[in-house]
Design a protein around this ligand. Structure first.
Ligand code: SF4
Length: 334
């Protein structure tokens, strides 16, 4: 196997980590970055004679992920002869969104916690138990995040001890391809003869959930064209909870742009008013909760008054459109 030479500066620490680990897990979404990470980890592990410690872990997202993602992850594991494992969350992401009545966003990514991190950690517990060691197990948990993708990712440490480490296990969250560029990711696929998901050939730049709150407008619109039925389901949830999918692009708009049809302006205006109202109502509820605490911050009463006034004003605007809050919980604002 060809070793990815451009990673030379990180090789020493990567080798050390891998030699010390009892278990080397490589999380795989089915996307290109996961593929590059598996290539890197498996190549180094083979050189070090620790390939038997490597496992590829996929957290299936059901119909929400791109069909065929699991097959790609499995193929990549098979390519290097390492174990492939699937662990899914019990929950359905759209049910979580319905229950929360708010979409996730960059600051509140409850989706990742529920659908990926949770099942991933549960698997660590299971795998460490299976090792049957009478000392603390060392686990490397590889995530295929790259600095090039966002400023938040650029600030990540290459390795960090996971807060859920314990006397039984030390888990190192590892970002082995943090400094890899997109070109290098593709280069590695070519060098290693790894198949990539066809969604890339159909115009997607990133993969995981077909509709991701962090995706670009171009990706979301393309995803609407490729998966129109799922897009309609997301739009139905958006309307049901009264919260736009992304502040910069609702599913309603994404679908219209994908179809090349004009967006329903009235529905969009009402959806935006409902979003504003429901988000303010959410803030109001949490401010009221804080007010009951001894350490309630100063000025909270004024904030509550402002939020109530804003909600009342938005309700009046919506009544002018003939909407009486049928889908929302206006009574919480009173
Ligand atoms: S792909 Fe996007 S929407 Fe899906 S779990 Fe990850 S962050 Fe959340």
């Amino acid at each position: 196997m060809n070793r990815p030479t451009f990673l030379a500066p990180d090789l020493m620490s990567a080798r050390q980590l891998m030699l010390e680990a009892d278990l080397i897990l490589s999380n795989h979404s089915g996307g290109k970055d996961s593929g590059a990470m598996v290539a890197l980890i498996a190549t180094l592990a083979a050189e070090l004679g620790v390939l038997d410690r490597v496992q590829v872990v996929h957290n299936p997202l059901g119909i929400l992920e791109w069909p065929g993602s699991a097959q790609i992850a499995r193929e990549h594991a098979d390519h290097y002869g390492v174990r492939y494992v699937e662990r899914a969350a019990d929950a359905d992401l759209l049910d979580l969104v319905r229950a929360r009545r708010l979409w996730m966003d960059a600051l509140a990514r409850y989706c990742t916690a529920a659908m990926k991190r949770g099942p991933g950690l549960a698997y660590v517990t299971e795998a460490v138990t299976a090792l049957g060691l009478d000392r603390t197990a060392v686990v490397l948990y590889g995530l295929g995040l790259r600095a090039q993708e966002s400023t938040a990712r650029a600030k990540l440490a290459p390795v960090a001890v996971h807060p859920r480490s314990s006397g039984r296990r030390t888990i190192h969250t590892w970002h082995p391809i943090l400094r890899m560029t997109e070109n290098q990711v593709w280069e590695l696929h070519r060098e290693h003869g790894l198949r990539h998901h066809t969604a890339y050939d159909q115009g997607m730049s990133r993969l995981s959930c077909s509709f991701c709150v962090l995706a670009s407008a171009a990706d979301l619109i393309r995803a609407c064209q490729l998966r129109p039925e799922l897009a309609a389901e997301y739009a139905a949830v958006e309307w049901e909870i009264g919260d736009v999918f992304k502040p910069s692009l609702s599913m309603l708009e994404a679908i219209a742009r994908a179809d090349g049809t004009p967006v329903d302006g009235e529905r969009l205006a009402l959806l935006k008013l409902r979003t504003k109202h429901n988000r303010n109502a959410y803030r109001l509820a949490s401010a009221r909760k804080k007010l009951t605490r001894e350490d309630a911050p100063a000025g909270l009463t004024d904030r509550i008054t402002t939020l109530r006034a804003a909600c009342a004003d938005l309700q009046n605007q919506m009544r002018a459109w003939g909407y009486e809050g049928a889908l929302d919980r206006w009574e919480l604002v009173g």
